[in-house]
Write a protein that binds this ligand. Structure first.
Ligand SMILES: [Zn+2]
Length: 241
């Protein structure tokens, strides 16, 4: 933790450490120039403990200073390897990010490539992939969870906006074959809300084909002569029986 002052107390007071860091620093020609760490080395080890050189100099310049939780030492000069105590300030992580981005800082090419690879899913570990798959297919949800979810959804109505979106997305799309099959079964024959005949009626009408005229049948059943001739006898409707 960057704000663990006690942990660093010993290091900060160490002469060996100070000289070791200063050995790796290039100072500018002026008094207020940056003190830049060489070789992009910003972390130093001492007795098994590591410390960032910026934190070291922040404490070293004024031992009474504290780094509150959530704050980090950062260089005002936007030089990430500067340890000039006069350039150092305390900022939150997000403030540091903002500052870096405003100063035109970007990820290195290698990092960008890594990021893009990871975004394409090329670098996902098998474990992560399994997790994602399990989540999206719902395999990870226990029966109890599903029950809870379905209960939570009960009686809930989608917002008008959401419903409009859904219906817009459905325009021009065929329903899933399974849905179609289910609908077909649901609407055919007697199940159709407009059906005037029962299946028994239709079978009766068919068996009478050739013995009684369609007109006579239309007087007995609540359908037209035309319907009997063209739809029932020619099997354009009630095909399933
Ligand atoms: Zn500086």
């Amino acid at each position: 933790m960057a704000n663990n002052k006690e942990k660093y107390q010993q290091i900060v007071n160490s002469e060996i450490y100070l000289t070791r860091i200063l050995d790796n620093v290039v100072t500018g020609p002026q008094k207020e120039s940056c003190w830049t760490l060489t070789n992009k080395k910003s972390i130093f080890w001492f007795n098994g403990t590591s410390i960032r050189a910026q934190i070291f100099f922040y404490y070293h310049s004024a031992p009474n200073k504290e780094i509150p939780i959530g704050y980090q030492v950062s260089a005002k000069c936007n030089n990430p390897y500067c340890i000039n105590p006069n350039h150092l300030e305390l900022l939150t992580r997000s403030a540091i990010r903002k500052k870096l981005i405003n100063s035109g800082w970007q990820h290195s090419k290698a990092t960008k490539q890594k990021m893009s690879k990871s975004h394409k899913g090329l670098k996902l570990s098998e474990k992560t992939i399994k997790k994602i798959v399990a989540k999206t297919t719902g395999l990870e949800r226990s029966f109890e969870t599903k029950d809870k979810m379905s209960k939570a959804h009960m009686g809930k109505k989608l917002s008008t906006k959401h419903r409009k979106k859904l219906s817009k997305a459905k325009i021009g799309k065929m329903p899933h074959p399974k849905t179609l099959a289910a609908l077909k079964h649901f609407h055919i024959g007697e199940n159709n809300h407009k059906a005037k005949l029962t299946e028994a009626d239709v079978l009766q009408i068919r068996s009478l084909q050739g013995t009684i005229s369609a007109y006579e049948l239309s007087c007995v059943y609540p359908v037209t002569e035309d319907h009997i001739q063209k739809s029932i006898w020619k099997r354009r409707s009630w095909k399933h029986i």
